[in-house]
Design a protein around this ligand. Structure first.
Ligand code: FES
Ligand code: FES
Length: 160
């Protein structure tokens, strides 16, 4: 059923009339033109569609848009602030933590969600927290390095 959904998208209020059961991934990609969140499996297994809802990583392919009514959604397009990349984005570039890049937005946003809860994660905790985000290119070792580096940069909680 069509309904009006209002939420914050990358820090701006948005409103859209849409079938509330439509998945957030398609609303972001098709209706808002934000193609950073990727369609991988469409079944909640790969994490390539990950976005933040109120700072928590969620799989947008499994999230009906009505679930974000009144909430804040951040996609990879909204992670940089005032023209400055987030430390995770910088660290992924510095460590070359990608090959094709398809998994990268989901990786970065899942890592953001992990570090938001605890930026003193051990290597093992990072691996455990990231293991449900899949990378077909095998960039995982460099991804873990990048997250460790970003965590070091973020200590003190200066950036959200
Ligand atoms: S596309 Fe959503 S988890 Fe794979
Ligand atoms: S960099 Fe290609 S899927 Fe991860």
């Amino acid at each position: 059923m069509e309904q009006i959904i209002k939420f914050k998208l990358n820090r701006r209020p948005v409103s859209i009339t849409v079938d509330g059961d439509r998945m957030l991934l398609w609303v972001l990609r098709t209706d808002f033109g934000l193609t950073g969140a990727k369609y991988g499996c469409g079944e909640g297994f790969c994490g390539s569609c990950t976005v933040l809802v109120d700072g928590q990583a969620v799989r947008s392919c499994q999230t009906p848009v009505k679930a974000v009514q009144g909430r804040e959604v951040i996609t990879i397009e909204g992670l940089a602030r005032n023209g400055k990349l987030h430390p995770l984005q910088e660290a992924f570039m510095k460590h070359d933590a990608m090959q094709c890049g398809f998994c990268t937005p989901g990786m970065i946003l899942n890592a953001y969600s992990l570090l938001r809860k605890n930026n003193k994660l051990s290597v093992e905790q990072i691996k455990a927290g990231m293991e449900d985000n899949l990378c077909r290119c095998g960039a995982h070792p460099r991804i873990v390095e990048a997250i460790l580096d970003a965590a070091a940069q973020m200590k003190g909680g200066k950036r959200r």
